[in-house]
Ligand binder design. Sequence first.
Ligand code: 13P
Length: 246
Amino acid sequence: MKKIIAANWKMHKTYEEAISYVKEIKGKNIDFEKKDVLIYPPFLYLCEVSRLLEDSNIKVGAQNVYFEKKGAFTGEISPVMIKSCKADYVLIGHSERRHIFKESDELIRKKVISSLEEGLRVMLCVGETLEERESQLTFNVIESQIKLALAGLEDYADKLEIAYEPVWAIGTGKSANPEDASRVHAFIKDTLKELFKKDANVRVLYGGSVNSQNAKDFLSAPNIDGLLVGGASLEPNTFLEIINAF
Ligand code: 13P
């Protein structure tokens, strides 16, 4: 399976910083035969980042979406708008959306469906909190997040990626170890197979304190098909080291 390395900038960078990052990374040597590379900038810069990357192999996605196509939803952004900025991907159910903005599984499912119907690729984030992990609930939480978001969507399997991001590993400098992550990834693939009643071939990315030192270990572990990088993606040369770690 072709690996995918994604940068989630979250709420970082001014317009100038975003543009200069993109210009810098665009000229770098990346083996696109071996990997897909993807950037999730803040909404404000999505159109401009897409335009600048139009003639490159680097893909662009939105960090969030609302499920309605248009209407009186002040401050929200629809899948149609994301498409019109020529972005291909959308990140849905990130732990910061689930926990800080209290997004429910029901809302996440609506976002997934409307984005897929609009032709976007969806990267669904799942992951357990520290408390859930310590209560041995990791697999239950992951299974429920996947099933609630994706039941009945087997026809869209080739438009999906899953990012496994343990909440306790995000932004903490305490990454999962690749063996543990690999076990959860295998479980995610089994869950999808059961749900979709077929081998879904969905790529499963790991995210949570990935850096240029640990990237290779994750990418070498079975069932880890890519990385979703937060903090360490904010500097183009560090992100490039991660991209080229494998
Ligand atoms: P960090 O890489 O900063 O831990 O963030 C991970 C993440 O949430 C990516 O979506």
